[in-house]
Design a protein around this ligand. Structure first.
Ligand code: PMP
Length: 392
């Protein structure tokens, strides 16, 4: 049987779903160059604006003359953490994560994707059940697929539906784990963590919360939505990534000591991959300490996000959520592509988000605000989107 890739690609193109890579250059804070034009970057997950912060980068690399600079800035970990790729900084980072979160154990992964595809299959097997929010990230979905456990999905943030599933399932399965993001990556809305905690207790389930879009941004020390809701101690598996607000790459899970040991022995995405480069682990430690103190940046980001949401509504645009991820609902795939192109002409770097990343018929802009933006950067944005919508 021949596989006609060209036909399939043509189908993607004609339905406005074709994806391509786009190299960006000269990143300075929230400004970037794309195809020789300067833009305000509204698509980045660098939520605290640290990836292009030259002052902080200079501070980090300032120690480069030290005798231990290979240990600190080396680029090759040489092997998996389980062989010879482990370094003291990884343990120091885990220790500081445990202390900040007040949890018994922490374990690093190479990315949020590695964490989500590595934890579920390691901990859950035949006879177990994973119950997941329908809008959870693709990496959680892939983790469920890799696990031998059964899985079911509840309607997005519909905790009555979740409860129905738990009610029917309690007697039928061994372990049950409920999985949710805290801040949802495409809708910018927030899971009701206290309700999830109540349900996990009522049904004797484990609770797995992916805080990828919340760490660095919520709670007094930026530990995430679990800190803001005061429920850190109730979450059996709290996953955070270093790839977004922490301006890096990597991830961590907070859990208990047995689960940590179990993951070290069973999690394939930890065991069978080269550890992160030492420079990354050192940066993660450095930036984690710094972000604990960034209350002002967190407040500024929340304020401009709220203001943009109001301005979208004033311009009769449909949005949702309550975080710095601000969606603008468009619906049709091709329309979202055309509108994004029109906004790019005006210097806003906006890419349309289309199925399968979001459900069919919900193509949108996902405006992602970062703490180094000023309100002046954003005040005419909603009006310009409105104008282009009216012109089409
Ligand atoms: N979880 C969620 C909710 C995400 O949105 C993402 C990435 N967008 C990931 C995990 C994967 O994280 P990473 O980029 O660190 O692989």
């Amino acid at each position: 049987m021949s596989i006609e890739y060209d036909e399939s690609l043509e189908h993607l193109r004609s339905s406005g779903r074709f994806r391509e890579l786009r190299p960006l250059a000269d990143r300075k804070g929230c400004r970037v160059t794309y195809r020789d034009k300067r833009y305000l970057n509204l698509t980045s997950n660098d939520y605290l604006g640290l990836a292009g912060n030259t002052r902080i980068l200079r501070q980090f690399y300032g120690a480069i003359g030290r005798d231990d600079f290979i240990d600190m800035y080396g680029l090759g970990a040489a092997s998996s953490r389980l062989l010879t790729g482990d370094i003291p900084a990884a343990h120091r980072l885990e220790e500081e994560l445990m202390q900040a979160y007040g949890r018994p154990a922490a374990l690093l992964f190479n990315s949020g994707y590695h964490a989500n595809i590595g934890i579920l299959p390691a901990l859950l097997g035949k006879g177990d059940l994973i119950v997941s929010d329908k809008l959870n990230h693709a990496s959680i979905h892939d983790g469920m697929q890799l696990s031998r456990a059964e899985h079911r999905r509840y309607r997005h943030c519909d905790y009555d539906h979740l409860q129905e599933i738990l009610e029917e399932s309690r007697e039928k399965y061994g372990r049950i784990v409920v999985v949710s993001e805290s801040v949802f990556s495409m809708d910018g809305d927030v899971a009701d963590l206290p309700r999830l905690v109540a349900l996990k207790r009522q049904y004797g389930a484990m609770l797995y919360v992916d805080e990828a879009h919340a760490v660095g941004l919520y709670g007094d020390r930026g530990l995430g939505k679990a800190e803001e809701f005061g429920v850190i101690g109730e979450i059996d598996l709290l996953v955070g990534t270093f790839g977004k607000a922490y301006a890096s790459v990597g991830a961590f899970v907070l859990c208990n000591g047995d689960i940590r040991d179990y993951l070290i022995n069973h999690s394939r995405s930890l065991i069978f991959t080269t550890a992160l480069p030492p420079v990354v682990t050192h940066w993660n430690l450095f930036i984690f300490r710094l972000i604990l103190q960034m209350g002002e940046e967190r407040q500024h980001l929340a304020a401009i996000s709220e203001k943009l949401r109001r301005s979208l509504v004033e311009n009769d645009l449909k949005t949702c959520g309550s975080t710095n991820i601000v969606p603008v609902m468009i619906g049709d795939n091709q329309r979202s592509v055309d509108l994004a192109a029109a906004m790019q002409n005006e210097g806003y770097l906006i890419f349309p988000v289309r199925p399968p990343t979001v459900p069919e018929g919900t193509s949108r802009f996902r405006l992602s605000l970062t703490a180094d933006m000023l309100w002046q950067d954003l005040d005419t944005l909603a009006g310009r989107i409105r104008a282009h919508m009216d012109n089409r």
